[in-house]
Write a protein that binds this ligand. Structure first.
Ligand code: UDP
Length: 235
């Protein structure tokens, strides 16, 4: 395996599958199978999931809600998604721990860095819920932050597209995919990989990001084996 410890970021929207809202259980089950394959190959896996399929603070603010209140609701949405994935992972025999940035003692552990690392060392899949625990942040930032904290080798951003393109491939048929791109080039080209806070955190801490298509079964495993899938951002 190419990586020893990875942080996998899944967007909330990815969990919707073909639905318009909420969680597609089949999709979650497919992700769980893919995660198991990589875990069984000996890779330590930590996961951050978004909440956009259930609730997004920014949209709620536009509709008139207080931003901070809405952001906390968004963070709770990530916990719901995390629990769905935890269930799917445990159903197929993986041991897991859900650690959240907001305390919810009855359903998960509070995030404690040393504990997270210990879980990983013991072969448990760790899911980080409730983002960073702070409003005005995103789960991409939570993914970068946690990856740095647990000393992950890489952040893998699983999306619906198979990498970073020169332009939006859905709008521009001429758009081509980068196999590798530097942090500076992403700034220069004005490409949207993660929000700036998340992206800068990776750059400053020399943490590579790989954007790849998580919806293709087996892709995650091939990537973990070192196949050149998606786009890698590194200096
Ligand atoms: N959120 C937040 N702080 C965080 C992470 C998330 O306030 O550290 C809120 C924010 O309102 C966001 C929502 O949770 O809109 C869902 O997260 P995100 O939009 O990152 O999910 P994704 O786009 O990956 O589904």
């Amino acid at each position: 395996m190419k990586f020893k410890r990875i942080l996998l970021k899944l967007s909330g929207e990815a969990l919707m599958g073909a639905k318009q809202y909420g969680i597609d259980i089949d999709r979650v089950a497919q992700y769980a199978e893919d995660i198991k394959a990589v875990h069984d190959a000996g890779v330590e896996i930590a996961i951050v999931i978004g909440g956009g399929n259930i609730y997004r603070g920014l949209s709620a603010e536009k509709a008139g809600m207080d931003r901070v209140q809405a952001d906390y609701m968004g963070m709770l949405a990530t916990v719901i998604n995390s629990m769905a994935l935890q269930d799917a992972l445990e159903k197929i025999g993986l041991r897991t721990r859900l650690l959240t940035a907001i305390k919810m003692e009855q359903i998960c552990e509070p995030f404690i860095r040393r504990r997270a690392v210990r879980h990983l060392e013991k072969g448990r899949v760790v899911i980080f819920g409730a983002g960073t625990g702070n409003p005005y942040f995103t789960t991409d930032t939570a993914a970068s932050l946690r990856a740095i904290e647990i000393n992950a080798d890489v952040v893998l951003k699983g999306t619906r597209v198979d990498g970073i393109y020169t332009a939006d491939p859905e709008k521009d048929p001429e758009a081509t995919r980068y196999e590798k791109i530097s942090f500076q080039e992403v700034y220069d080209q004005g490409l949207n990989v993660m929000d700036m806070t998340a992206f800068t955190l990776c750059q400053e801490n020399k943490l590579p990001i790989i954007v790849f298509d998580m919806n293709k079964p087996g892709n995650f495993k091939s990537l973990a084996e070192g196949e050149k899938i998606g786009t890698i951002v590194r200096d």
